[in-house]
Design a protein around this ligand. Structure first.
Ligand SMILES: [Ca+2]
Ligand SMILES: [Ca+2]
Length: 242
């Protein structure tokens, strides 16, 4: 009888150890994926939602659920960032409904950073965004826009355009309307970016500005050196300094 009782205690102990081990192991394998905000990817001038395929796969490897990663495809990829901002607004509204999340994070490339900021400054983005990461965005315009002046998107990107002056007035990093959580911004840009001219156009007042070198404009979407910076920005590593 004593032996049986001893064996029972032994078996129960092993079971307990195993269950503790397996739940700890499970927690390690799925790093709180459900706590991560859905990520919206916003492409740039003549860009496409598929430019983010690579980055999506990488975020999945970092613990994001694939059902939390959404890349918008604008209907007019050379059109006005104001129209794009309205498209972004309805896209994000659908994502919030689908995921039951209250906020999203945004990763925007190039001109996508402008529609993102317009959406936050003037549309529902004020209450629906947590973190923003822009990659090579022409926050203060680019002289390369002169080559595309027959498009509204390029005209808005002329340095000193009425659109940019308005977007950059008062606060380049709108704080949002949630008193409990100010929207945090990270702007990643490269000194080797020849599309954003000058590349310092990407410096966003109030944001965490991260200058890197040796990465091209489109390389910002895929280069391994950019990824940890994106990750940091998505995990509350950005700032809103003013
Ligand atoms: Ca601000
Ligand atoms: Ca976030």
């Amino acid at each position: 009888m004593k032996i049986i009782r001893g064996f029972t205690i032994f078996a129960v102990s092993i079971a307990l150890i195993l269950s503790v081990y397996s739940s700890a192991d499970a927690a390690k394998r799925v790093p709180a994926a459900s706590n991560k905000d859905p990520v919206i990817f916003v492409h740039g001038f003549t860009g496409s939602s598929s430019s983010f395929d690579n980055m999506k796969q990488w975020l999945i490897s970092q613990g994001w659920q694939s059902s939390h990663l959404y890349a918008i495809q604008y209907s007019n990829t050379t059109g006005s960032s104001i129209n794009n901002a309205y498209e972004l607004q309805s896209f994000i509204k659908n994502v919030l409904r689908q995921t039951k999340a209250s906020k999203v994070d945004i990763v925007a490339h190039s001109m996508g950073g402008l529609s993102t900021r317009y959406y936050i400054k003037y549309l529902a983005g004020s209450q629906s965004v947590d973190d923003v990461v822009t990659l090579g965005s022409p926050h203060h315009g680019t002289t390369s826009s002169y080559f595309g002046l027959f498009t509204e998107g390029a005209r808005e990107m002329v340095p000193g355009s009425p659109f940019l002056n308005d977007l950059n007035s008062i606060d380049e990093t709108p704080n949002g309307s949630d008193p409990a959580a100010v929207i945090q911004y990270t702007s990643v840009y490269s000194s080797a970016d020849t599309v954003i001219n000058p590349y310092t156009s990407s410096i966003l007042d109030g944001a965490k500005n991260l200058q890197i070198s040796g990465v091209s404009h489109s390389g910002l979407l895929t280069d391994a050196s950019v990824r940890p910076l994106i990750l940091e920005g998505l995990e509350d590593g950005g700032v809103n300094a003013n």
